[in-house]
Design a protein. Structure first.
Length: 229
């Protein structure tokens, strides 16, 4: 009898929780899509399960509690099914970190000495998180029609400047067209969810420091990324 009562209470609690939220979805940048739930009483506050997909593949899954990421979140490579990261937001630490996923970008930490113990900045969300910040940006669409007329292919060098607190303080893009014309832009990442732009900062001798993350991509006139270096 006690067991039946316990199950009934759990089901009742779950039903009540579902009644307090509504489903939502959003388009981060044209290729990364989010599905989540928000409170009925305040639709700006996320509450409950969250999933992000890249070309239909799940790249992030976790939960929100009162608008904050909570518990363990699992992140996947853009075209892989194996987890590359598991980050516990309650404990603010990784329980799984695949170092191989960090090999794509280049990392720059200035003014270091040979004896220093250095660790590179780590994007929470791995390579998928960096792709969300650098691919299909609306600010870069139309470059071939405007600032770089006549170009068919573009090489885009993204430099993310990461603060000691792990936030992006500048996003510089150096664009070179196959017509030999160039353009430098500063993108605004403030419109993203702060957790999408968050890094674990670079460390030198266990102290957080400023750093840069550099990723180079190749694009065509439609804005589709055709290659990542």
């Amino acid at each position: 009898m006690k067991r039946i009562l316990f199950i009934a209470l759990v089901l009742s609690s779950s039903f009540g929780y579902a009644q307090q939220t509504v489903k939502r979805s959003s388009d981060i940048n044209g290729i990364v899509f989010e599905k989540f739930t928000v409170l009925k009483t305040d639709k700006k506050i996320r509450q409950g399960e969250y999933t992000a997909t890249f070309h239909g593949n799940v790249i992030a899954h976790g939960n929100y509690t009162n608008g904050q990421r909570s518990g363990e979140w699992t992140f996947y490579a853009p075209r892989g099914k194996k987890p590359i990261q598991i980050f516990n937001y309650d404990q603010n630490k990784f329980t799984l970190l695949d170092s191989a996923d960090m090999r794509g970008p280049s990392y720059i930490i200035e003014t270091t000495n040979p004896a220093d113990i250095i660790s590179a900045p780590v994007k929470i969300g791995g390579s998928s998180g960096i792709f969300a910040l650098t691919t299909s940006r609306t600010e870069l669409r139309g470059l071939t029609r405007g600032e770089l007329p006549g170009a068919i292919k573009l090489i885009l060098k993204h430099t993310l400047v990461i603060s000691q607190t792990g936030q992006i303080v500048d996003h510089i893009v150096e664009v070179t067209g196959d017509n030999h014309m160039t353009k430098t832009l500063h993108l605004n990442d403030a419109t993203f969810d702060p957790e999408i732009t968050r890094f674990i900062p670079a460390m030198v001798n266990s102290q957080p420091v400023m750093s840069k993350v550099v990723i180079v991509t190749q694009s065509v006139t439609t804005g589709v990324i055709t290659k990542t270096y």
